[in-house]
Design a protein around this ligand. Structure first.
Ligand code: FE
Length: 192
């Protein structure tokens, strides 16, 4: 059943924190669960696939009541791009539709940020971010003529976390809270 994919993912992912897993386990077992969720693009309700003409959209799909993880549908319109930003918690980015480009950035001695190797993500691929190693990046839609969608999972309620955007040239840091674009979340328990 199409509608049960997200519910099953949430069930499986809820069991992970019970085992107090290391980040390595999250990025293997948890990553595998996300790969399974994004393997076939037939389950995301249409209202969480809609791009905005100006801004990339972040639709909350599910938030753990204990803030141990959250699941978000990110929708980029043609050519849309994030500023340079961090997360402060581990994150996984699973490509569902279209194609995105992710570029990690690294802080230099003078405080500026230098781009590392960019990667292009086709559907089915999962990328990661981690405050321990590679938390700062820019993500953009690699397609200029259609929306791209990725399903993100974070080690906290990402829309409510105080985090930062950076000016790559000066390293100047500005605090922000991303929030969510949707007023209503999916009904995971609806009969298909
Ligand atoms: Fe990000």
């Amino acid at each position: 059943m199409v509608d049960e994919k997200l519910l099953n993912f949430v069930k499986d992912f809820t069991l992970l924190p019970e085992q107090k897993p290391s980040e390595e386990i999250i990025f293997t077992k948890g990553k595998h669960l996300l790969e399974k969720l994004i393997a076939v693009d037939d389950w995301l309700p249409e209202e969480f696939t809609k791009p905005h003409p100006q801004y990339y959209q972040q639709y909350l799909l599910y938030a753990d009541p204990l803030d141990r993880f959250s699941v978000v549908s990110f929708v980029w319109g043609p050519g849309q791009k994030t500023p340079l930003h961090n997360h402060t918690v581990w994150g996984m980015i699973g490509q569902l539709r279209g194609e995105e480009k992710g570029t990690p950035y690294y802080r230099q001695i003078d405080g500026s940020y230098q781009a590392g190797n960019a990667h292009i993500y086709p559907p089915g691929i999962v990328d990661t971010v981690s405050p321990d190693t590679h938390d700062i990046h820019v993500v953009e839609n690699h397609l200029l003529d259609q929306a791209s969608i990725s399903i993100h999972v974070y080690g906290g309620n990402i829309g409510r976390i105080h985090r930062s955007v950076f000016d790559p040239l000066t390293g100047a840091e500005k605090s922000f809270v991303s929030g969510y674009a949707n007023k209503l979340v999916p009904n995971l328990w609806n009969s298909p």
